[in-house]
Design a protein around this ligand. Structure first.
Ligand SMILES: [Zn+2]
Length: 338
C-alpha cells in the first residue's frame, strides 16, 4: 500500500509520522497539529482525511474512488471543517459531539477538523474532553492551532501531537519554481522573505503591496546616498502613508542593509535576500563602508523598537532619516537623539 501526501510543501517529519501511523493502522482518534500560520496545517489535515476515507487498493489517495472524488469537490459528507472567526462556544462543541455519535454516511471515518482550536474557551474544551474520552471507533478529530499552550493539558494529552516547523528556504524556493512558474531570482527572494513559511511566500507572491513597499524602500535607500537633505526629509511622507505597515517597512529596510553588508563582505550573491536586485546592491554596496552599514542597521533597529515606546511617530522617522544621512555623508558626528 502506497500512501501519498503529495502537494504538501516540505514538513517531511510530520508527514512521515502520519504515514507510519496509517501504514501500521495505528490511527489516533485525536490529532493536534501545531505550528505557525502558513505551514500547511489545514492542507495536511485534509490530506489525512482524504487518505483515511479512500477505498483505493494499492495507493491512497487513489483520486478515483467515490470518496476521493467527493473530497476533491469539497463535499464529502463525513469530513467537516469548523472554521470560526470568534470564540468556539460550547454549543458548537456539543453539536459536533452529538453528530459524531451518528455513524459515517459513506466513509470509513468521520473526520472533524477544528481550525484555530485555541478559540475554544475553557468550557468548550471541557466539553470536547468528554468526546475525547470515549470516541466512537470511526471518529477522528483534528485540532489545528498556532498556540498549543492555550489548550488545556488534559486536551493535549489525549491527542497525538504533530508539530510543524518552518522549512529550509531552499524547499520553498523549489516549490515556487515548480508550482508557481516563477524564475529562480524571484523564488529565492520570496523564500528568503517567507522565513521558511510556504503560505507566507505564496501570499507575498500575489501581494502587490509587498512589491511596492520593497521598491520604495530600495529607492529611499538610494536617495539616502544621492539626495540633498531636503530630498531625504521628503521621504517622511512615505513612512507616514505606510504607518500601519511600519514594522514591515523597517524590516524590509533592515533586510536591505543586511544584504549590502553580506555582499560587501563576501561578494557572494547566494546569501542575499534581494537577489533580483543584485545590480542595485552592487551599486549601493560600493558606496558604503561596511562599518557604516552596521551603524545603519543599528539606527533602524532603534527606531523600530521606539515604535513601541512613547516617542512620537513623525519625530521617530525624522530622527532616523537624519541619523542615516549623517552616517552616510562623510562626517560621522552630531547624531540626533530623541
Ligand atoms: Zn480514493
Amino acid at each position: 500500500m502506497k500512501i501519498n501526501f503529495e502537494g504538501i510543501v516540505g514538513q517531511k517529519q510530520a508527514v512521515e509520522k502520519l504515514k507510519r501511523t496509517l501504514k501500521n493502522n495505528q490511527i489516533s482518534h485525536a490529532y493536534l497539529f501545531e505550528g505557525e500560520k502558513g505551514l500547511g496545517k489545514k492542507d495536511i489535515a485534509l490530506k489525512l482525511a482524504l487518505v483515511l476515507n479512500c477505498t483505493g487498493d494499492d495507493r491512497k489517495p487513489c483520486n478515483k474512488c467515490n470518496s476521493c472524488i467527493k473530497m476533491a469537490g469539497g463535499n464529502h459528507p463525513d469530513v467537516k471543517i469548523i472554521e470560526k472567526d470568534g470564540i468556539i462556544r460550547i454549543d458548537e462543541i456539543r453539536r459536533i459531539a452529538g453528530e459524531m455519535q451518528l455513524k459515517p454516511y459513506e466513509g470509513r471515518y468521520k473526520v472533524y477538523i477544528i481550525c484555530d482550536a485555541d478559540r475554544m474557551n475553557i468550557e468548550s474544551q471541557n466539553a470536547l474532553l468528554k468526546t475525547l474520552e470515549e470516541p466512537p471507533s470511526y471518529a477522528v478529530l483534528i485540532l489545528l492551532t498556532t498556540r498549543g499552550d492555550s489548550l488545556l493539558p488534559t486536551v493535549i494529552s489525549r491527542c497525538q501531537v504533530i508539530k510543524l516547523y518552518p522549512e529550509n528556504p531552499e524547499v520553498i524556493k523549489y516549490y515556487l519554481i515548480e508550482n508557481k512558474k516563477i524564475d529562480e531570482g524571484q523564488a529565492h527572494m520570496l523564500a528568503a522573505f517567507s522565513g521558511g513559511i510556504a503560505g507566507r511566500a505564496v501570499e507575498l507572491l500575489d501581494n502587490p503591496d509587498f512589491y511596492y513597499r520593497r521598491e520604495k524602500i530600495i529607492e529611499i535607500c538610494n536617495k539616502l546616498l544621492t539626495s540633498s537633505l531636503f530630498g531625504v526629509l521628503e521621504q517622511i511622507v512615505f513612512f507616514e502613508e505606510q504607518r500601519p505597515h511600519i514594522e514591515e517597512i523597517l524590516g524590509l529596510m533592515i533586510n536591505w542593509y543586511r544584504d549590502l553588508l553580506i555582499y560587501s563582505e563576501t561578494k557572494n550573491a547566494d546569501f542575499i535576500t534581494n537577489i533580483d536586485k543584485k545590480e542595485e546592491i552592487d551599486f549601493q554596496a560600493a558606496k558604503i563602508d561596511p562599518v557604516k552599514i552596521r551603524d545603519i542597521i543599528f539606527i533602524i533597529e532603534k527606531s523600530k523598537s521606539d515604535l513601541k515606546s512613547n516617542v512620537q511617530f513623525h519625530l521617530n522617522m525624522e530622527v532616523m532619516l537624519l541619523n542615516l544621512r549623517e552616517v552616510l555623508s562623510d562626517g560621522n558626528s552630531g547624531r540626533s537623539e530623541i
